[in-house]
Design a binder for this molecule. Structure first.
Ligand code: C5P
Length: 301
């Protein structure tokens, strides 16, 4: 008996970051969107707990965290503990979301693992309990469960689903080398010792989103981690400029980076931008639409 659950990559349309809290996390006012780049997690009944990983051509297998620390196994153990049962099953993870790319690939896997275990073990965990366990696994994991377009507050884990009338076209350019999220946040602290206690509000982005107009949304995109990410990786600034010169409405570092995403005006616009970037020597250029669903079953038990 087995089940397959799919979880999507996220981007942040608005990422307002405030001054670091006493617990080391930063207060956020963010707007997440799940886009059509996915990891699939299959879970089969087994006597013990195991994990094998297969990666897309554009991902370096060595970059994927392995061993007992892998977030998929941590998710399984956490839900098993909550349910008072042993953590058992054989996981097979197929990764297409860039690793350490600022697209919540690990969080997507954790969310998918929670859903897979809940269904295969027939636990029928309450949504609120699943969301609370997700928050313990990482700030982005609750959003990976919810999907669509949503506002995130707290350290990102307090998620409120939003109506999103648009169908948005994105081009994503991952980097061969990942960026560490804590390192980018630490660099934000160094560059912005005067950061406000209350993070910059996403109100302007929400107003633009409600119009459904790509140009309005493009103008409102905002990421407070973009400056530290580009300071650590100046090539990202060049990539943004290149994509914008190839027809994208706007380029933006995704979360803490180093993936750069470009908002385009249409499917044709996305294809044109992707071709231009491939022609400029970027080996991996992905196109995707958003919003898409959060972690959901694609092959039932
Ligand atoms: O919550 P998560 O495990 O994904 O966070 C990874 C790291 O990113 C944290 O240890 C912290 O350094 C940084 N972070 C932060 N503020 C947030 C979210 C993450 O400083 N709101």
């Amino acid at each position: 008996m087995s089940i397959t659950v799919r979880a999507a990559a996220k981007i942040n349309l608005h990422l307002g970051v405030g001054r670091v809290r006493d617990d080391g996390f930063h207060p956020l006012d963010t707007v997440y969107q799940a886009i059509g780049i996915h990891d699939d997690i299959a879970l089969s009944l087994a006597d013990d707990l195991s994990l094998t990983t297969h990666v897309a051509d554009h991902i370096d297998p060595a970059a994927v965290p392995s061993g007992a620390d892998n977030i998929v196994l941590r998710a399984a153990r956490l839900l098993a503990e909550h349910a008072g049962r042993p953590a058992t099953g054989a996981f097979e993870v197929r990764k297409d979301i860039p690793v350490a790319g600022g697209m919540a690939g690990g969080s997507a896997d954790a969310a998918a693992a929670l859903v897979a275990c809940d269904r295969l073990w027939d636990l029928q965990t309450f949504d609120d309990d699943l969301l609370a366990l997700a928050a313990r696994l990482g700030s982005d994991v609750p959003f990976s469960l919810v999907g669509g377009t949503a506002r995130g507050r707290g350290r990102g884990e307090v998620v409120e689903a939003l109506a999103d009338p648009g169908s948005w076209w994105w081009v994503a350019v991952p980097s061969a080398e990942g960026l560490s999220t804590p390192a980018v946040y630490a660099h934000f602290d160094a560059l912005r010792p005067d950061a406000p206690e209350v993070p910059p509000s996403s109100d302007e982005l929400l107003a633009a989103l409600a119009t459904g107009e790509p140009l309005r949304l493009a103008r409102a995109l905002h990421n407070d981690l973009q400056e530290p990410a580009i300071d650590l990786r100046p090539d990202l600034g060049d990539l943004i400029a290149r994509g914008e010169s190839e027809g994208a409405l706007r380029g933006l570092v995704s979360g803490s980076g180093p993936t750069v995403v470009f908002l385009c005006d249409s499917a044709d616009g996305a294809r044109e931008t992707a071709l231009g970037l491939a022609g400029a020597g970027h080996e991996v250029v992905l196109t995707a639409t958003g919003p898409v669903a959060g972690a959901h079953v694609v092959v039932p038990v």
